[in-house]
Ligand binder design. Structure first.
Ligand SMILES: *[C@@H]1O[C@H](CO)[C@@H](O)[C@H](O)[C@H]1NC(C)=O
Ligand SMILES: *[C@@H]1O[C@H](CO)[C@@H](O)[C@H](O)[C@H]1NC(C)=O
Ligand SMILES: *[C@@H]1O[C@H](CO)[C@@H](O)[C@H](O)[C@H]1NC(C)=O
Ligand SMILES: *[C@@H]1O[C@H](CO)[C@@H](O)[C@H](O)[C@H]1NC(C)=O
Length: 314
């Protein structure tokens, strides 16, 4: 596994393994096939959605909510499995820690998915995308935590399930991106070139609404707070201090943008669940690096910090 460093969720989005799930044979309707074309795991997407009963001409919202329901139901199973790993881990610090981390991040994932599901019908599609992206990072984090204790059949099976949840969340995210950009017009849905392309509307389109623009990232110069190595001259010393400054319960969906300047930050960043609208911007992969290793001193645990750091890096 790629060490105790991480470069915020982007790296994780790029490095997740594809699951060892056999390609299912399904007869997905043309509409489902069309919607699934935009996902990274289109066969799993088709087989997942084909298990649902839809009205004759389902809307994209109905498809998306079905994708979320599938994820939510597997998450419930995974949570049960991880609880029993935890129960069986008394006496091993490593196992207890890994299972605890995994449990916490998957609960977060589940929470985000329910937020996505409830915010979509009211048109909060940008929030939905951000939350879904977080839900996806959380499942990767659980997977990485379990990888350190993969020495029983129980853990191996749980990892397979968590992997399949990552796939469902990834697919749902791609669909949510398209739903945000193109709405119900599934014929115009397309595969985002990169996560970043998919994530932000072009600056200056005013936010809200469906602009159809699929590029652009938040502007560093308009960051709410800046973090730099050593602090000073208007910037904070730690990412945690910046997170602590963010509003609780968000501000009408307005993002709180934290710009983290180039440097290696040795800290474990904890983002409470009620701080919902955080965006992390860095100076680029390999330039802004967060390592949590100093905080816990156990291999693998550093990835936990990625669970709590969500948003976009440029
Ligand atoms: C999603 O929301 C719909 C209502 O819009 C509700 O019927 C459904 O149970 C919810 N599903 C999940 C997984 O929360
Ligand atoms: C977990 O361990 C099992 C048994 O050693 C192995 O087959 C599997 O590939 C491992 N999974 C991962 C994701 O490392
Ligand atoms: C889909 O795969 C591409 C290429 O690996 C990756 O950049 C992107 O983040 C993935 N999207 C999702 C939603 O997982
Ligand atoms: C627990 O983690 C420590 C520190 O990383 C490692 O040296 C040790 O081998 C692990 N113990 C078990 C039982 O896996």
């Amino acid at each position: 596994m790629s060490s105790s460093f991480f470069f915020l969720p982007f790296l994780f989005l790029l490095t997740v393994s594809s699951a060892a799930i056999p390609p299912p044979t399904t007869t997905a309707t043309p509409l489902i096939q069309q919607a699934c074309k935009v996902t990274n795991f289109s066969q799993q997407c088709e087989s997942t959605l084909s298990q649902f009963k839809f009205p004759p001409n389902p809307t994209s919202l109905q498809l998306l909510q079905a994708a979320l329901a599938a994820s939510s139901s597997k998450l419930a199973t995974a949570l049960t499995m991880i609880k029993s790993i935890l129960d069986a881990s008394a006496g091993s610090k490593n196992r207890t820690l890994a299972a605890t981390i995994c449990l916490e991040v998957l609960e977060n994932s589940n929470y985000r998915i329910s937020l996505v599901n409830s915010s979509l019908p009211s048109g909060k599609t940008k929030d939905a995308r951000a939350w879904l992206s977080a839900a996806l990072s959380y499942t990767y984090d659980c997977w990485y935590a379990l990888k350190n204790i993969n020495d029983t059949k129980q853990v191996g099976e749980t990892m397979l399930l968590v992997d399949s949840i990552s796939i469902l969340n990834s697919n749902a995210l791609s669909m949510a991106f398209n739903y945000d950009a193109f709405g119900n017009n599934i014929a115009s849905w397309k595969l985002p070139k990169t996560e970043r392309d998919g994530f932000w509307e072009r600056p200056g389109t005013g936010g809200g609404g469906r602009s159809g623009a699929i590029t652009g990232i938040p502007d560093k110069s308009k960051a709410d707070v800046t973090v730099c190595k050593g602090g000073g001259s208007g910037c904070l010393k730690t990412i945690q201090e910046a997170v602590n400054k963010a509003r609780d319960n968000g501000g009408n969906g307005k993002k709180f943008v934290i710009y983290i300047k180039e440097g290696v930050y040795e800290e474990t960043v904890r983002v409470p669940l009620d701080k919902r609208d955080l965006v992390f911007l860095g100076d680029g992969i390999g330039k802004t690096v967060i390592t949590g290793s100093a905080s816990v001193g156990q291999p693998g645990v550093s990835t936990y910090t990625s669970a709590t750091v969500e948003g976009a890096m440029e």
